[in-house]
Design a protein around this ligand. Structure first.
Ligand SMILES: [Zn+2]
Length: 248
C-alpha cells in the first residue's frame, strides 16, 4: 500500500483486529453486484469507498425519475443512462482506484457462472425471486459466497450463504421456488432509507467475509421492521431435501 492508500483507508486500518493485511484483502478482492437499484446503490458506494479493488456491475435497466427517491448512486443528470454506466461514474468520483467492469445485460445462469470463476463474492441486490433462485444456484455451483438482501415498504431482510463452508444452507433452503410470489416496490412502495439500511448491511457482511472479520450472517436471517424498529435474528439450517444443496 502506498501513502495515499494508507491515509485513505486509515480509519479502517485503525480498527481493532483490522490491519493493513485485511485492507490489502479488500484491495485484492473482486465483487460482483447484481442489480444497481435501491440495494445495489449503497452496496456499490460503500464497497468502493472501503477500497474493494474490482467491482463488476450487472444491470440491464436505465435510470428513471422514479428511481431517484432511493437509488442514491444515480443522479438527476444521469437520467435515461444505463444504470451500470451511471453507477460507474459515481464510483469513479468516490474512489478512482476502484476498477469497474460494467455488464449492461440480463445474464443467464451459465454466463453468470463463467463470470464467477474469478469473483470472490456476489451481492444479490435484485428485486425478484426468479433472479434470486438463479443467482443462488450459480453461486452454489461455483462455491462463491453470496450476500442476499431484500427490502420493501418499511421492511427488509439480509442473509449470507457462504458456500465455501459445506455446512452453509442456501437461499433455496429458506424459500420454496414454487411458493414465492414477487412483491415489487412499484406496486407496494418502499421508504427511501429502507434500501439504504439493508444495502449497508450487505456491504458490511461482504467486507467481513472478504477479511474474515467478526461473525457473519451465515445460517442466520436478519429481519428488520422499521415501522416499529424491531429487528429479529432467525437461525436456520441446511434443508436435507433441498434440491440445490441437499443430498441428492
Ligand atoms: Zn439449499
Amino acid at each position: 500500500m502506498n501513502d495515499e492508500q494508507l491515509l485513505r483507508y486509515s480509519r479502517q486500518i485503525l480498527l481493532p483486529g483490522f490491519d493493513e493485511n485485511k485492507q490489502q484483502n479488500l484491495l485484492d478482492a473482486h465483487v460482483l453486484i447484481m442489480g444497481l437499484g435501491g440495494l445495489g446503490s449503497p452496496v456499490a458506494m460503500y464497497l468502493a469507498a472501503a477500497g474493494i479493488g474490482k467491482l463488476t456491475l450487472v444491470d440491464f435497466d436505465h435510470v428513471e425519475l422514479s428511481n431517484l427517491q432511493r437509488q442514491i448512486i444515480h443522479t438527476t443528470s444521469n437520467l435515461k443512462q444505463p444504470k451500470v454506466d451511471s453507477a460507474a461514474t459515481t464510483i469513479k468520483n468516490l474512489n478512482p482506484q476502484v476498477e469497474t467492469n460494467c455488464i449492461n445485460q440480463q445474464l443467464i445462469q451459465s454466463e453468470l457462472e463463467q463470470l464467477l470463476e474469478n469473483t470472490d463474492l456476489l451481492i444479490d441486490a435484485t428485486d425478484n425471486f426468479t433472479s434470486r433462485f438463479m443467482i443462488n444456484r450459480a453461486c452454489y455451483n461455483t462455491r462463491t459466497p453470496l450476500v442476499s438482501g431484500a427490502a420493501i415498504r418499511m421492511e427488509g431482510q439480509v442473509s449470507v450463504f457462504n458456500f465455501q463452508n459445506p455446512e452453509s444452507p442456501c437461499y433455496r433452503c429458506l424459500y420454496d421456488e414454487e411458493g414465492e410470489e414477487d412483491t415489487s416496490c412499484s406496486e407496494n412502495g418502499v421508504m427511501a432509507p429502507m434500501v439504504g439500511i439493508i444495502g449497508s448491511i450487505q456491504a458490511m457482511e461482504a467486507i467481513k467475509i472478504l477479511t474474515s472479520y467478526g461473525e457473519t450472517l451465515t445460517g442466520k436471517l436478519l429481519i428488520a421492521d422499521a415501522m416499529f424498529q424491531e429487528w429479529r435474528l432467525m437461525k436456520f439450517k441446511k434443508a436435507p431435501d433441498c434440491p440445490v444443496c441437499g443430498q441428492k
